[in-house]
Unconditional design. Structure first.
Length: 423
């Protein structure tokens, strides 16, 4: 018969930290998101852009960091405007933050007006057909929730052409137009000396000035650092909020946000001349000790960061020291050369650091052959996710299987109090 918990001495009950450690043990990797760092980054960008309003781009699940958690934290910090990519993203964010303005960057599709009205968000319109369909919905429904107009000034992706934008100026000047923002998007903002920046600025300034009384927005994360002429009435930082360097020609002014750790599942020794991993592309040049960790390319750690006999791959921090990847990264596993560590410095069950402790998003992007944006948005859903800071008021998010049919019971919930992980 089970004991009555009331009769068990408090000193023998598991602590919140012990409960969390037990829950985390069910996962091969732990992704920690520092909401306070995101808030600090937003405030730095806000200060840089004064007097322009600083919004936040939280599309793609806030660049993989969790749109609901990030929007809640930033809303509490004072952010009044958010940008997402799709209506579904807007729906999830609106359920979390009822007050801020939400713009949907993906445009307006016919017969979606009721969805916009239901959750009180605004489409970013980039085509005259979209504008006509939006007008029809607003006239028939009486909806006055507003919309943004996107003008293409050089990206050649979305947005009204300059001729189309000029064509709707009479409508703007007539009043009662329902347009709450006019915006464009920079092509090469991260390149300080790109002639495209000045060209787009001149084009946008000219056309936006004709949208009398309508706030204007041009600058993304990097655009904010191009200076006051690019900032207009509102700026739209995205990647910089999450620690990606918006000024790649200089030191990163942003705080790191994401930490990724993975669990060692096995320690093994191999002899000189033995190979490691698929294809046998990495050969031990000495008796070698390996740590095998439970993360792979299925978790968003790109295969491109592998090593071979001629090329060093990415590093992983084990017991406080950088250690190189040995061989090809597999779907679920990575081998790390830990030969130079002290005996017993790394053991089965210990955690190693793949991102954090000096390994930046931009460093990983270099090894992955991509940009920090893709690194963050590719981080898999098999990690336990821990949120710290930002007045977290709910348990950290956990991976959710697509189907629970035939699956074993879920591991115990992770307590919201962060606990130190073994290293």
């Amino acid at each position: 018969m089970a004991s009555d918990p009331k009769t068990i001495p408090q000193s023998s009950l598991p602590s919140a930290e012990a409960n969390q450690a037990a829950a985390l043990a069910a996962y091969g990797g732990v992704l920690t998101v520092d909401l306070d760092a995101i808030i600090a980054n937003w405030r730095k960008l806000e200060k840089t852009a004064v007097p322009a309003e600083c919004s936040a781009v939280i599309k793609a699940d806030a660049y993989g960091c969790g749109a609901e958690q990030v929007s809640r934290a930033l809303s509490k910090a004072g952010c009044r405007t958010f940008f997402v990519a799709t209506l579904e993203e807007a729906r999830k964010v609106r359920a979390t933050v009822p007050e801020p303005t939400i713009y949907v960057l993906g445009g307006y599709f016919q017969n979606t007006g009721e969805h916009y009205a239901r959750i009180n968000c605004r489409p970013v319109i980039g085509d005259l057909n979209e504008l006509a369909e939006w007008d029809v919905f607003c006239r028939r429904s009486g909806w006055t929730g507003g919309a943004a107009v996107h003008i293409d000034t050089g990206m050649n992706r979305l947005g009204l052409t300059l001729a189309d934008a000029q064509a709707i100026i009479p409508r703007i000047n007539a009043g009662d137009h329902g347009i709450t923002l006019v915006m464009s998007h920079l092509v090469s903002a991260e390149q300080l000396n790109s002639p495209l920046n000045a060209r787009q600025l001149a084009t946008f300034r000219s056309i936006a000035s004709e949208f009398t009384g309508v706030p204007a927005a041009l600058a993304n994360s990097s655009g904010i650092f191009l200076g006051a002429p690019f900032q207009f009435d509102l700026v739209r930082p995205g990647a910089a909020l999450y620690g990606v360097n918006p000024t790649p020609e200089a030191d990163n002014p942003m705080q790191p946000v994401v930490e990724l750790k993975a669990r060692i599942v096995q320690i093994r020794n191999i002899e000189r001349g033995e190979s490691v991993g698929y294809g046998g592309t990495w050969t031990a040049r000495r008796p070698t000790k390996l740590a095998i960790i439970a993360v792979g390319y299925a978790d968003g750690y790109f295969r491109a960061a592998s090593s071979n006999d001629g090329t060093r791959g990415a590093d992983v921090i084990v017991a406080g020291k950088r250690c190189p990847i040995a061989g090809r990264i597999s779907m679920d596993l990575i081998a790390i050369d830990i030969t130079d560590l002290a005996p017993n410095a790394a053991r089965r069950g210990h955690m190693v650091t793949l991102l954090g402790d000096g390994i930046t998003v931009d460093e990983l992007a270099h090894h992955f052959g991509t940009i920090g944006y893709e690194v963050l948005t590719s981080l898999g859903r098999r990690y336990a996710r821990v949120y710290k800071g930002g007045d977290v008021d709910e348990p950290p998010a956990r991976p959710e299987p697509a189907s629970t049919a035939g699956q074993p019971p879920a591991p115990p919930p992770i307590e919201p109090t962060a606990a130190p992980l073994p290293s």
